[in-house]
Write a protein that binds this ligand. Structure first.
Ligand code: NAD
Length: 492
């Protein structure tokens, strides 16, 4: 197990970098306690890390893919062995309950394994030979990748980038979020230890370091997960040197409940509640607004409350009976509370859900009791904005057409879900603008690392997971050997 007040550091070319300043990462369930300390690295550190990744690139990318896979598999084993310690550390710094922290490690490992199992096939050159000649379509590593991850799923949203990038022959500088820097540092160290020095480097910090990582001319690709507003800065920073981008951004995912959804299906109702409140709602792909066909709206609300009251147990993330912990940071509590208060001020009905298991801890930490919000309009901020917290508005609609229109009426398009008779739901799903639409389930419950994940509209560019998530770290290189090497219409 890791010590209670762990200090982590960044590293460049296998060497830890000591910083002048360290920030305290408070434990969100017990803000008077310290979860650990993380450094504030500088732009100069970022430059040195990029230089190290750049110096290592050619050696790494020219190694056989088998060598890279073997190293990644050793790292996977190390992470597996360390899971009990990592989950405690993650839970302490983040606030997510232990089962949830373990789930995040599990998804990270499943993806790393998928990447190891499939990278060879994905990278294999395609050779075409016919009467016109011979063509080789090769997949090359791109170069130095800057990976920037958020605080809500620090491990899975970092390994989602590290594994495919390194396996495809890229080198990397990772910058995690200062709001959850501890467990991700430990996991990244475990991977880096298995690689030659310089292949995987880590710097800590916030926007200043991020700006260097996204503008430095030696960086070929940026893999970013975070907010849409931050991504706008990143696109601008990347423009000067035309960097390759994968952007996984915010979402305001709709759950559309059709007239033939069975409100008495307790399992489905439980999945709905989980899809709104897992990780205290701090997931990009959580269902953030529920639209219910008016013909079943009242029964839905009643049954939803019953299911929510059963599943939601708020308290200390180390208490094994708890399903929902605190919010990760004070700023986020204020953001969510403001949305709920604004709705209440306009006359919305805010209904508390679930039970509070540890009253003392609840009072002390960054907790919010989960709520459902009724009587709001589509234009209200609690519906239109990404709440990223434990609250969900439930609105009625009249007929499928209106349900589809409301679901699509958003600048975002990450995931969505449709609930009802399966074939009916699939028909409706085809008309929803989103990267993924799940049927009778939602959020991480419907996630599968074998298939591409990403958003449309302002929810992002590109895909992670699946074969596309591996190809995203390659450039296509065509070697063409035509039989006719001269063009007939060009005069002698
Ligand atoms: P954020 O955008 O504030 O920060 C994300 C990362 O960007 C952090 O590491 C931060 O230090 C860094 N950063 C901040 N300013 C920067 C700049 N100017 N240049 C470069 N880097 C900079 O997001 P957050 O609050 O950490 O995470 C929450 C957001 O992430 C939500 O909008 C959520 O929906 C989104 N998210 C999306 C996905 C997805 O897969 N689509 C997954 C998880 C979270």
């Amino acid at each position: 197990m890791y010590e209670q007040e762990l200090t982590v550091d960044g590293f460049i070319h296998g060497e830890k970098i000591k910083a002048e300043t360290y920030e305290t990462r408070e434990n969100p369930a017990h803000p008077k306690q310290t979860a650990g300390f993380s450094p504030v690295n500088t732009e100069e550190d970022a430059v040195r890390a990029i230089d190290a990744a750049d110096d290592t690139f050619l050696d790494w990318t020219n190694r056989p893919v088998d060598d890279r896979i073997e190293r990644m598999r050793k790292a996977i084993q190390k992470i597996k062995d360390a899971t009990p310690a990592i989950k405690e550390l993650l839970s302490r710094e983040h606030g997510k309950p232990l089962y949830d922290a373990e789930g995040e490690i599990g998804v990270s490992l499943a993806w790393m394994e998928f990447a190891c199992d499939n990278v060879e096939e994905v990278l294999k050159s395609e050779v075409n030979e016919d009467e016109n000649g011979r063509t080789i379509i090769a997949r090359d590593g791109i170069g130095v990748v800057s990976a920037i991850s958020p605080w809500n799923y620090p491990l899975s949203l970092s390994t989602i980038k590290i594994a495919p990038a390194l396996l495809a022959g890229n080198t990397m500088v990772l910058k995690p979020s200062p709001y959850a820097p501890l467990a991700v540092t430990k996991v990244t160290e475990m991977i880096a230890e298995e690689m030659p020095d310089g292949v995987l480097n880590l710097v800590h910090g916030d926007a200043d370091v991020g700006k260097e990582l996204t503008s430095n001319p030696k960086v070929a690709k940026i893999a970013f997960t975070g907010g849409t507003e931050t991504a706008k800065h990143i696109m601008k920073a990347a423009a000067d040197t035309i960097k390759n981008l994968t952007l996984e951004l915010g979402g305001n995912d709709a759950a559309v409940v059709l007239s033939d959804f069975d409100v008495n299906d307790e399992q489905a109702m439980r999945r709905m509640v989980i899809s709104n409140f897992l990780t205290a709602g701090q997931i990009c792909m959580i269902a953030k607004r529920i639209y219910v066909d008016r013909s079943i709206y009242d029964q839905f609300v009643e049954k939803y409350k019953e299911a929510a009251d059963q599943w939601i147990r708020v308290g200390d993330p180390f208490n094994e009976n708890v399903t929902i912990g605190p919010i990760n940071n004070k700023q986020q509590v204020d953001h969510v509370q403001k949305l709920v208060d604004q709705a209440a001020d306009k006359g919305a009905k805010v209904i508390k859900l679930g039970t509070i298991l540890d009253e003392d801890v609840f009072e002390e930490g960054y907790f919010m009791q989960p709520t459902m919000v009724l009587g709001v309009d589509h234009e209200d901020p609690i519906v239109e904005k990404e709440q990223f917290g434990p609250t969900v508005p439930i609105l009625p609609f009249d007929g499928d057409e209106q349900g589809i229109e409301l679901a699509n009426n958003s600048i975002y398009g990450l995931t969505s879900s449709v609930w009802g008779e399966e074939e009916h739901a699939v028909k409706v799903a085809r008309r929803i603008q989103a990267g993924t639409t799940m049927i009778n389930t939602a959020a991480v419950q419907g996630l599968d690392v074998r298939y591409p994940f990403g958003g449309v509209k302002q929810s992002g560019i590109g895909r992670e997971y699946g074969e596309e998530g591996l190809l995203a770290y390659t450039d296509t290189h065509v070697i063409n050997i035509p039989n006719n090497k001269d063009l007939p219409y060009i005069p002698e």
